[in-house]
Structure formats: structure tokens, C-alpha cells
Design a protein around this ligand. Sequence first.
Ligand SMILES: Cc1cc2nc3c(=O)[nH]c(=O)nc-3n(C[C@H](O)[C@H](O)[C@H](O)COP(=O)(O)O)c2cc1C
Length: 178
Amino acid sequence: MLDLLRKRRSIRKFQDKKLEAEQIEQLVRAALLAPSSRARRPWEFVLVEDKELLAKLALCKEHGASFLAEAPLGIVVAADPGKCDVWVEDSSICTLLLHLQAVSMGLGSCWIQVRERWHDDHQTSSNYIKQLLRLPDQLQVLAIVAVGYPAEQKAPNDDSKLPYNKVHYNTFGNSFAN
Ligand SMILES: Cc1cc2nc3c(=O)[nH]c(=O)nc-3n(C[C@H](O)[C@H](O)[C@H](O)COP(=O)(O)O)c2cc1C
């Protein structure tokens, strides 16, 4: 597990190569295996491979989403806040599991934040996506995960640079000696 976490980096450049159906199935399985508060499972996922839709999704906000246009797959993670008060946590867990499943299969991925972001002065990114993908009104979009074969190499995370100053032992400010 730690090895996987070291290898996981945000990948924003992808090869022009479709994913296999089996890879997509494994990604879906990872998300659906997520723990969920009171087992409410408020989430819904939209798998987007259509190039035109991906190009439009890449415009869901001004910054930080443009690379989605070149990704072979975008997984839109949405949820129904009416089903669970902690839908953000539930959906975030799924989003992270998608990342980890992707890296475990040698794929690259990047989290694209949607919740609390704006498409323009008038429309939230979530509403823009809901309209584009015809999501039911009660759903809110948390994020999109771009996934594909990596076309950039990033160094794995380095254990010697971990911020241990953020970890406290018994009482806050008491350092955790590792
Ligand atoms: C909640 C969250 C939102 C993020 N939103 C975006 C985003 O909208 N666009 C983007 O390119 N990267 C986004 N990222 C990726 C972060 O920029 C990235 O994780 C961070 O810079 C650390 O780099 P690493 O993932 O390679 O370790 C997001 C990550 C998280 C956890």
C-alpha cells in the first residue's frame, strides 16, 4: 500500500490510447467498494469517453481542468446530498480509490475539483456538468477524475520529505519521533 501511495502522482498528460473495458470495470469496482457512512452510498458515477463531451467537461471551470480534453476517460463523481449529510466525505473516498486503483494498474490520473468551483460568473461548475450530462437535479458534482495511460513521468513521493511536523503525539505540539 505505501508503495502505491508513493507512486501516486497527479498525471495531466495522457497517451492517445483508449482504456480496455476490463480496466474501466476495475476502476468502477474500486469506487463501488468504498466505505460509506451508514451504508447510504449517496454517490453516482458517469464514465465519459466521448471526445466531444470530454472537451466540454474540460471547460467546466477556468483553471485546472483543460487537460481533461486529452484524457481518454473522465469519471464524474456526483452524489445526492439528500441521501447523506456527509456526501462530500463519501464521494471523496470514492475519488481517492479511483486514483489508487488507476496507479495500481499503471495508469495515470488527476483529481479535478468541481464542488465550490464556478464555470463562469453565473453558473457553478456542478450545474454546468449536470446540464451537459443530464444529471438528475438532486445530484451535486464533487469532482472528475481524468484517467489514462501516462504521457508524463513524475518522481514518486519521497518518504524522507514527509511533513512529520504535522503529526503530534498525545498532545498537540508534542512531536512524534519516527
Ligand atoms: C481535493 C483536490 C482537488 C484537486 N483539484 C485539482 C484540479 O482541479 N486540477 C488539477 O489539475 N489538480 C487538482 N488536484 C491535484 C493536486 O493539485 C495535487 O494532488 C497536488 O498538487 C499534489 O501533487 P501530486 O498529486 O502529484 O502528489 C486536486 C487534488 C485534490 C486532493
